[in-house]
Design a protein around this ligand. Structure first.
Ligand code: 8GT
Length: 128
């Protein structure tokens, strides 16, 4: 299963994470907004679609910069970062969300595939 997700970064270097609804796989855990890539769909286009559906924001595909990928079978997740979008993110598909620096986000319970990607994001944002 190919999943795409976004680290939305605000002007203070904080990243948005959202809480997955109870009752779903990984319910209650904190994750990056995103979702499954449909057959034949370009990953960046899938992420633009998911961000509109989940957060009601408009993102241009060329505003998505790859951070890395990780696998926890059956999920392989591609993480992109994004600092430019139109609209104010709204938690349409989540139980809630928060904006925090990656070091603070690492304390939240999250799916296994997110752990190395959050660490990679922290390194990218630190410039290393
Ligand atoms: N969006 C997102 N999904 C993640 C992350 N980490 C992770 O393991 N996943 C898993 O990747 C899959 C994402 O697909 P999805 O969000 O479209 O799943 P869903 O069940 O809500 O979609 P569906 O109800 O339309 O089938 C889920 O199994 C989810 O638990 C993450 O950081 N962000």
């Amino acid at each position: 299963m190919l999943v795409v997700a976004a680290a939305l970064i605000d002007g203070e270097g904080r990243c948005l994470m959202q809480q997955r609804p109870q009752g779903k796989r990984h319910g209650g855990l904190w994750e990056f907004p995103g979702g499954k890539v449909e057959p034949g769909e370009h990953p960046a286009a899938a992420l633009v679609r998911e961000l509109a559906e989940e957060l009601a924001i408009d993102v241009a595909a060329d505003a998505l910069a790859p951070v890395g990928f990780a696998t926890d079978m059956p999920v392989t997740m591609l993480l992109y970062r994004c600092a430019v979008w139109r609209g104010t993110p709204q938690p349409l598909a989540a139980d809630g969300f928060c904006w925090e620096r990656p070091a603070a986000l690492a304390r939240l319970p999250m799916p296994p595939v997110d752990v190395p990607l959050l660490a990679a994001l922290a390194r990218v944002l630190a410039g290393g």
